[in-house]
Ligand binder design. Sequence first.
Ligand code: AHR
Length: 862
Amino acid sequence: MKLIKFCVLFLFLGNTQIFANQPDSAYVFAYTTTQQHNTTGLHYAWSIDKKDWQTIGDEFRFLACDFGRWGEQKKMINPFLFQDESGLWHCLWTLNNEVGQFAHTTSADLYNWQPQSYPEVMHNGNVQDLEVLYNQSTHRYTVTWMSDINGVSKAFKTTTVDFKSYSVTQEIARNSRLNLRKTIVINGERQTGIIYKLPWSEIDALIKFCELDEFQEQQRSDNTSLDAVRFKNLQNVKAKITLQPQNSKAISDMLIGVFFEDINYAADGGLYAELIQNRGFEYTPHDKLGKYPNWNCYTAWHFSGNKNSFKIDTVNPIHPNQKHYAVVNFQKQGESFSNEGFDGIPIKEGEKYNFSVFVRKIKADNNSLIVRLIGDDGEVLAQTKLKTVNGKWKQQKTSLIAKKSCKEAKLELVAQTKGEYAFDMVSLFPEKTFKGRKNGLRADLAQAIADIHPRFVRFPGGCVTHGDGLNNMYHWNRTIGLLETRVPQRNIWNYHQSAGLGYFEYFQFCEDIGAEPLPVLPAGVPCQNSGDGGHGQQGGIPMCKMDNYVQEVLDLIEWANGDKSTRWGKLRAKAGHPDPFNLKYIGIGNEDMISAIFKERFKIIFDAVKAKYPEITVIGTVGPFCSGSDYVEGWNFATKLGVPMVDEHYYQTPGWFIHNQDFYDKYDRNKPKVYLGEYAAHLPGRPSNIETALSEALYLTSVERNADVVTMTSYAPLLAKEKHTQWNPDLIYFNNTEVKPTVGYYVQKLFGNNSGNTYIPSQIKLSNESKDVSNRIAISVVEDSNSNHFIIKLVNLLPVEVDATIDLSGFSISEHKAVLAVLKGNPTDRNSKPVESEIKISDKLKYNLPAYSFSIIKLKRQ
Ligand code: AHR
């Protein structure tokens, strides 16, 4: 294995001359296949004589389509490749058999491709078999294609000079097409594509690009299951560590934060302490894109009487933003209208629960309703009377004290006499929310987050931020104010979002845990993988509506920071927070495709925020990966625009994290700062175990070393409710009664509680200097001037101990003892927890790093 790696690396880095008698030029054939539903992307093959063809990298994907939802929708059909007069390559392709759009992108070298565009050229037909012709005298390109219209195939054209704007589509004669594609045989299969003659050096660069990717793929697939063989003869490693305080540098004191997104039922049914599911009767089949018709206004509600006596109405709502309400006609005493909660309602003996409901008596005797909590065996756990009044909506409140604990209770409204009522916003909250806040958060979950000691909280996502299509973007201003006036919406992860945990609750939570708010707002574009509405593509807020949208972004800053005499500051004060929240950061965009549509909108928003609120740090976005077109173009764009910080996202394998600890060492310190906003180590099966946790810890030590350029990080996602999980791994799993932190959580917590503001470099001399060994041992030393501590973090991802000696003689330590915290286990362990102890220390500190472990030694400064 090692030998192969070495050879591949040598081929890539070494002399370009691979064989002595290489040609000056050869033919390249660009094509795709129909395999995997046409999603295999662009391939190349080369030939000297146009007869014998060799595929480059075994049908390596040099370009993938980015149109539509993840998976089968991202098709590339019949690519057409050409080189323009300036030498730039263009690739156009058919997206599918339905839409009237095609894809276009460019590249200088045939392997680094720019973000794609999808111009719409047909309103009632598809676009197939594209060709491009160039007129040298007019400098115009003519794009032609065939289209099936009502079963008849016709030819069309449009012209363009820049592939940004296009002339009106015209029908043309079918025989005016040139049919430039050729069919050849590769590996026994007939393939159709385009042939070009290229200098050999350019073909060689394509071959090397594949080889590099193969090499990186080997690194990515590196994991601990190989350790038994790889480290069979490895003895304990000795490490001599010398600190270099003379080279200390200031680092960010904001490094560890949290990423909150309403994914996996993180908000409703999760952190938001509301116990009633579908309290506003606003669930709709569209929440799940119509796939589950039983998910609707009635979900989680039950009526014990005649089923036709429970209806949903919309004629006289409390507020137009919450149109639906229930009308229940109790036809006899004892009939009950009940809610099952989110997997039941968890109740604790002796605790108080605050009930409220908007109720309108349509016809009934006075005060004839009772509200009660019922255990899973039918026992009444708490009960009280509910006032009702005639005619108009009135909010009624009462409270219940549980006489017994129950994991899966239900809430019932029970009729004492016949009567008809309308109900809306039926709510039940535990009195004991986090910090006792009204409309507050679940105390145990909020505490688990607070315990990380995060310096900031990102909200509301993630993909929830930019949403699934234009109509699904997250609008912060629809999530504040009275609950009955907020705008609920479909959650991009296919459930319902009540907006009960909205911007006010979020900012309040940040304040309660001493973290900075880091709201992320859409950049005027929805998710590029959108499939709901529109053309299954990014799209953007129409330019004529951008002024309003920019105002919405500016309003958030006024709402957070304006004094109470301002329009938005007044609303904040009315909600219970007269003092400004002191917002410092705002993210614009979430891993968006860096298209022309995105750039235009981002710039408008960025310029407006900068002009009105220069003190706010705007964080831009550089796509969903740590390489590729959006990453490269996102960085170029942000650098040119002078965006102070960008948000990077990458979910990678432990192997990637091990082999890329120098990722930020190479970053230009004069460019924007980095917020590593989403990352996690992913193994097949997506566990959170000692292997993933330690590879994250290893990588975080390298981030700490680079915390002059990386100012913030947040693992993602944060929360996941058991049985309602769309994404794994997450940091904290939970059900209604238990909180289950993962090993990855403990890494975050250890870093969050042991960060510093000065980095002290160290030199490490190992008894075994092989890369496999040295890549798996890491140290990071920081000083925290606030708490007056030196903190040493040590990671050992080897199956043997590392016997370390750390020379502390250059430090002024006040005590001869230190606190040691160790997280260790077998790579597959999911339940390890850090153990703390006190250790004795001397100038020559000796410490044995256990196999597969993360240790922190905290020393008091003099
Ligand atoms: O963290 C889960 C998802 O991963 C986020 O919503 C999105 O931004 C990313 O693709």
